[in-house]
Design a binder for this molecule. Structure first.
Ligand SMILES: N[C@@H](CCC(=O)N[C@@H](CS)C(=O)NCC(=O)O)C(=O)O
Length: 222
């Protein structure tokens, strides 16, 4: 097995996704901190590894992979003992993939990053109502994914859950999951918190993310 090196920082949700998958697969890895607040992601050395300058980046025996979704699909396909995290069956895989793309384009990019970037990097303190509506829409959609299932892509844990856990947990700094409106989502999240590696792979970084956002004294637009 090659040597795995993960570049990232714990508050970053896509980094936490990779941490969840590395832990689920029980893979040893080296962790190199890239501090975005210090702009470490823009230095020449890191740009050579990831021209996009984002975290996470995973290096497996000299091969650099960027984007958490590409990374976790690679890890599960290469190192999974079976295909339960990322099914080979094309119909089942298409459901997992749909959740991963929805996370990339909507949950992380539009809902979470769209709300957080102006707060952290542009000193905006009022969270626009339109962003809260986008977050509520995500909760409603994922609650729907969970209508007849315990996990977001069916009846067992897949990459889709491990991808969504960090972003959905982070969104709660802006909007709590209402138990009446989104009961399936809340039950799923409580189930996620019981994963044996949850605290180490998501809880710790989630707390740091909350601390960073709350230190900006944000208010939600009425
Ligand atoms: N779709 C990417 C998103 C990665 C991403 O945007 N990461 C953020 C941190 S949470 C980042 O590196 N931002 C720094 C920048 O864009 O300059 C993934 O899943 O890895």
């Amino acid at each position: 097995m090659g040597k795995l090196v993960l570049y990232g920082m714990d508050p970053s949700p896509p980094v936490r996704t990779v941490l969840l998958v590395l832990n689920e697969l029980q893979l040893p890895y080296e962790y190199k901190v890239v501090n975005l607040l210090e702009r470490d992601n823009h230095n020449d050395e890191y740009r050579k590894l990831n021209p996009q300058g984002t975290v996470p980046t995973l290096v497996d025996d000299g091969h650099a992979i960027t984007d958490s979704h590409a990374i976790i699909a690679y890890l599960a396909s290469k190192y999974g003992k079976n295909d339960s995290l990322y099914p080979k069956d094309l119909v089942k895989r298409s459901i997992v993939d749909q959740r991963l793309y929805y996370d990339t384009g909507v949950i992380f990019e539009r809902a979470l990053r769209g709300t957080t970037k102006p707060i952290i990097f542009a000193n905006q303190t009022v969270v626009p109502k339109s962003q809260i509506e986008i977050i509520a829409n995500v909760y409603e959609t994922v609650n729907g994914f969970l209508k007849d299932h315990s996990y977001v892509a069916g009846d067992h844990l897949t990459l889709a859950d491990l991808s969504l856990i960090p972003a959905i947990s982070s969104l709660q700094v802006y909007l709590d999951i209402d138990a009446v409106k989104y009961p399936n989502l809340l039950a799923w999240f409580k189930r996620a918190e019981k994963l044996p590696y949850y605290e180490k792979a998501n809880g710790k970084g989630l707390q740091q993310f909350f601390d960073i956002v709350k230190s900006k004294n944000i208010k939600i637009e009425e």
